[in-house]
Design a protein around this ligand. Structure first.
Ligand code: ADP
Length: 189
């Protein structure tokens, strides 16, 4: 155990990296790949999965504006507590509303914890083509409604710390850009 602890690098402060973007834009893929890269550098890393957290922390909540806002704020709280304790926290969660994201940013600022907003800026047409969870097809077939970016709002960040264009960049290039940003901010090697 002591040996394991000593192999974890605590040279850099923790931080929250929030990956916001449409469904199937690439948030989870990039977050997991960045986590893997950082673990290779012996960082403490967590990926907070939105679906899992929704099921555990806010079971029975839906996709209306209030429920979405409440979830983003709670996930933001969890991320901040982890980040404050030296973890690099990757949050691949849509977070469609600018004021919810601003509230999470403010919470981090108040605690003196680093917060980076990353916009995974994939055009909706490509997201619909990828349709990893079949949501775009279901919406088109009239089986669901309230799909972010289609018939529900998505407020793209006006000034994110980083914007990733997954339609012109490979996953590896996206990971390189994000890890470079962390390094530039003194948050990773
Ligand atoms: P989200 O978490 O945003 O809903 P996912 O990461 O689950 O999206 O799915 C994105 C899909 O797009 C995956 O199948 C992934 O392999 C693919 N993809 C293609 N190019 C990229 C890229 N540059 N970055 C991220 N994902 C990409």
């Amino acid at each position: 155990m002591a040996e394991m602890e000593s192999s974890i690098c605590t040279c850099w402060p923790g931080s929250t990296v929030w990956l916001t973007g449409l469904p199937s834009s690439g948030k989870t893929t990039i977050a997991r790949a960045v986590a893997e890269r950082l673990r290779g550098l012996a960082r403490r890393v967590e990926v907070l999965d939105g679906d899992e957290i929704r099921a555990v922390l806010l079971p029975g909540t839906g996709f209306g504006r209030e429920d979405r806002d409440a979830r983003v704020r709670r996930i933001g709280l969890m991320a901040e507590v982890l980040a404050r304790n030296g973890v690099t926290v990757l949050v691949p969660v849509i977070a469609p509303f600018a004021d919810s994201r601003a509230a999470v940013r403010e919470r981090h600022a108040a605690a003196g914890t680093e917060f980076l907003e990353v916009h995974v800026a994939t055009p909706v047409e490509l997201c619909a083509e990828r349709d990893v969870k079949g949501l775009y097809a279901k919406q088109a077939a009239g089986e669901i409604s309230g799909l972010t970016g289609v018939d529900d709002p998505y407020e793209a960040p006006a000034a994110p710390e980083l914007r990733l264009q997954t339609h012109t960049m490979t996953v590896d290039q996206c990971v390189d850009a994000l890890v470079a940003l962390l390094a530039e901010r003194g948050l990773a090697a």
